[in-house]
Design a protein around this ligand. Sequence first.
Ligand SMILES: *[C@@H]1O[C@H](CO)[C@@H](O)[C@H](O)[C@H]1NC(C)=O
Ligand SMILES: *[C@@H]1O[C@H](CO)[C@@H](O)[C@H](O)[C@H]1NC(C)=O
Ligand SMILES: *[C@@H]1O[C@H](CO)[C@@H](O)[C@H](O)[C@H]1NC(C)=O
Ligand SMILES: *[C@@H]1O[C@H](CO)[C@@H](O)[C@H](O)[C@H]1NC(C)=O
Length: 389
Amino acid sequence: MKFSASSAAACAALLPGASATIYYAGVAQSGGEFGVWSDTSVKGTGLPGQFGVDYQFISTSGVDVMVDENKVNLHRIAFLLERMCPPADGLGAKFNETHFGFFKEAVDYVTVTKGAYAILDPHNYMRYNDPSQQPFSGSVIGNTSDPTAATTAQFGEFWGELAKRFADNEKVIFGLMNEPHDMPSSLLLDNLQAAVDAIRAAGATNLIIAPGNSWTGGHAWTEGGAEASSEWLHKLVDPANNTAIDIHEYLDEDFSGGHTACTQDPVTNLEEVTAWLKEHNLKAMITEFGGSNTTECATMLTDLLDYMADNDVWIGWTAWAAGPFWGTYSPCCTDQYQFGSLEPGSKAIGGSQSLYDTVWLPVLQKKVPAKLQWSGPASVDGGELTEKP
Ligand SMILES: *[C@@H]1O[C@H](CO)[C@@H](O)[C@H](O)[C@H]1NC(C)=O
Ligand SMILES: *[C@@H]1O[C@H](CO)[C@@H](O)[C@H](O)[C@H]1NC(C)=O
Ligand SMILES: *[C@@H]1O[C@H](CO)[C@@H](O)[C@H](O)[C@H]1NC(C)=O
Ligand SMILES: *[C@@H]1O[C@H](CO)[C@@H](O)[C@H](O)[C@H]1NC(C)=O
């Protein structure tokens, strides 16, 4: 049976106690991970890089527009593990303090200055030591057959240290890792568990979001037999009961976000992961999704956001992507055409309207709930909903 958003809404209305609510909504801020690509795979390219030239986390004016005018309360801020923990020292509790200072400034701007929530996003695909051809380069963290790989314990030490530094900021959410892929799911679970344990041992009770395998794709959640994310992720134990699942979902033919045409119906494709979340009493956010400026994409993006709003396992979302350095380039969904990004004020090549004008404002902005959580700790249970203070 085809499951539709409208039947879900009708169903939710009939179930006593069922209430579906989006508490957190906004954009991914992509830019902290920029400047390390090497066509010829030269290890170390762009490291450490020059802040403000090669990479930058946010533009304060862009965040101002998103929060003050668009009234979004969530920003997912990407950074690279190799900049936070330079390879010479290895992954762990020793940070590049200068780099950390720049990152903290961005996180504090979003959370303290603007009063919104921020997801910390190590944009590393569960790999470390060579981002020169992300998402495929680098050693898989915890690969004991690879002498150059960082260990699971080191991944825990890294998260313990980062968590300690943000434990006193209840608006900070820990996104454990961007898009793990092509690795054993048992190792993924071990790494995630090490991170959760270290975060709680550091005394931080902040909301955590944990990704699955296979690029954490919602459509792929139950695929892969014994390796399927649905066979593993519910085994993650959080002593503070404050961990949600982090899902990505693109709408093009191969779910990559690389194409203009939206052809993958999100409502059908998310049916199984939604059922799995319900079965295990888990909540989730979609922290990457996107579409181009076509009528099909407008319909499917609307369907996706309505579907989340109608199903109470979904508590939040961030669209891919805004960020200070996109210029006329597009973060997704344009077949490589330069239609700009979700960054307010960005332009398509030639100066015409960007994805901010053609997708954010007419489509996504309409689905930002009028009431979101603006105070109190980020939580799997959400918090008090108010209009932006
Ligand atoms: C630490 O970060 C700063 C700022 O980006 C950079 O100038 C410096 O070279 C970095 N140090 C190491 C060891 O990577
Ligand atoms: C782990 O490392 C070995 C040795 O380098 C390699 O053959 C294997 O593919 C790696 N596993 C993963 C999941 O990357
Ligand atoms: C977490 O949930 C379990 C099971 O419902 C419960 O026993 C435990 O007390 C909870 N822990 C916290 C810190 O709320
Ligand atoms: C939207 O997309 C089409 C191609 O699909 C493009 O030609 C057009 O310039 C884009 N921008 C606007 C503002 O419509």
